[in-house]
Design a protein around this ligand. Sequence first.
Ligand SMILES: *[C@@H]1O[C@H](CO)[C@@H](O)[C@H](O)[C@H]1NC(C)=O
Ligand SMILES: *[C@@H]1O[C@H](CO)[C@@H](O)[C@H](O)[C@H]1NC(C)=O
Ligand SMILES: *[C@@H]1O[C@H](CO)[C@@H](O)[C@H](O)[C@H]1NC(C)=O
Ligand SMILES: *[C@@H]1O[C@H](CO)[C@@H](O)[C@H](O)[C@H]1NC(C)=O
Ligand SMILES: *[C@@H]1O[C@H](CO)[C@@H](O)[C@H](O)[C@H]1NC(C)=O
Length: 409
Amino acid sequence: METRKMKTGSIFILTYLCFLSPVNQAPLPNATIYDLAFKNMDYAMNLYRTISGYHDKNIFFSPLSISTTFAALLMASGGVTYQEILQGLNLEQLEQADQPELIPKLFQLLNENITHSMSLNTSLNLDQSMALFMSPHFTVERVFEDQIKKYFDAGIKRVNFSNTEESIRVINEYIQQKTKDKVTDMISSLDSVTQLMLINTIFFQGAWLKPFDSDFTYTAPFYIDNYRVVQVSMMLMDEKFDMMEDTRLGAKVLKLPYREGVSMLILLPNKGMDYTVIDEEITAERFLSWIKKLKKTKLEVNMPKFKMEQSYSLHNLLPQMGMNSIFSNSANLTKMSPDGGLKVSEVLHKAVIDVDETGTTASAATTVGITPYALPRTFTVNRPFFFFIYQEDTNCLLFMGRVIDPTKN
Ligand SMILES: *[C@@H]1O[C@H](CO)[C@@H](O)[C@H](O)[C@H]1NC(C)=O
Ligand SMILES: *[C@@H]1O[C@H](CO)[C@@H](O)[C@H](O)[C@H]1NC(C)=O
Ligand SMILES: *[C@@H]1O[C@H](CO)[C@@H](O)[C@H](O)[C@H]1NC(C)=O
Ligand SMILES: *[C@@H]1O[C@H](CO)[C@@H](O)[C@H](O)[C@H]1NC(C)=O
Ligand SMILES: *[C@@H]1O[C@H](CO)[C@@H](O)[C@H](O)[C@H]1NC(C)=O
């Protein structure tokens, strides 16, 4: 047996929020974590469309991290601010008038379900954490403090924001620790009138169920568009994979499983197909229909290695999705603090992903061979593609991205 170093798919995400001083749908009875995961997925795709409306570059973010952060804020807010977050997160249907804590409870259950299935085995690592940093004299409502502890396991930490340098050091240290040293200097500046900062981090590291053999990795062209071609490190594997074709959409779907019930789904638009057409078509329902129709197929998979780091200023994007008031002077965060005059000034989201063979120390023994006869069908990811990392039990979308140019970080 050869030994392989597990290293594939190291992902780091951080959502950070910084504070300075109507569609009506019938509610879903007895909503479950499935419903939450489904709603989150649609939300993710809406957010994706909003981001892609700005540029045609690589995209990568964690919808779970973002929606978890705002679910915590939901408990802080009232009035219009509350309604906007609820709608913005696509969670209106989960709202039950007689169960005000249902939504945070569902987030808690979903998170527990995901982390539970992973803690069974150490080859996969998913770690989500939340912390609320606040000034020494800031009074936070007891109920809110208890709720975020209970549902989000969030720690409350006091920092003296008027001592800017010290605060930056403390917060960056926290982030560095929570992201296993992947991010060392998240914050470089801080407004000295900051009163509160809510930080959510998510860290994921997974190993492919079937690692690629790095001996087979080769250099190959990747066609960004009709005019631009880059050279990439293409990984190769000849195996049985779950795959399907969405002929109506004009794309193929391939599932690359990690260990322990998490998978990456690759959506590859057909040759010559404009990927922006796909932007308009992806929904949670469609996603589930792909998963249902996957069939085991013998395939030669050619997949580029890629690595990227993306940052988003969500306070500039979310107002387009209907979340306005939380960033304005009319923000209603009265459930967080009776002090008043609070609003959210910044929401930064940072995500890092690194996809490779999972195997760097491949020994001489070759487990995956390419037979010259009976050539298998090929799935060659040599043009822009989409990817989704999700937990299979709940169909919870952990990460979502689009790769236009694998050589660009
Ligand atoms: C919802 O839950 C309540 C009790 O928790 C139960 O009485 C009711 O039958 C459930 N409704 C549905 C549609 O499952
Ligand atoms: C904030 O929301 C609460 C309800 O949650 C409401 O009672 C209060 O009047 C609102 N405050 C403002 C200033 O809108
Ligand atoms: C997670 O959710 C799935 C689907 O509802 C369920 O089958 C599984 O038992 C749950 N696992 C845990 C640990 O709660
Ligand atoms: C993790 O799972 C893999 C197979 O899925 C197994 O070979 C390995 O022994 C497991 N590790 C632990 C610590 O349970
Ligand atoms: C916070 O820091 C400022 C500037 O360093 C200092 O003047 C002030 O006394 C500190 N406040 C507390 C409560 O430590």
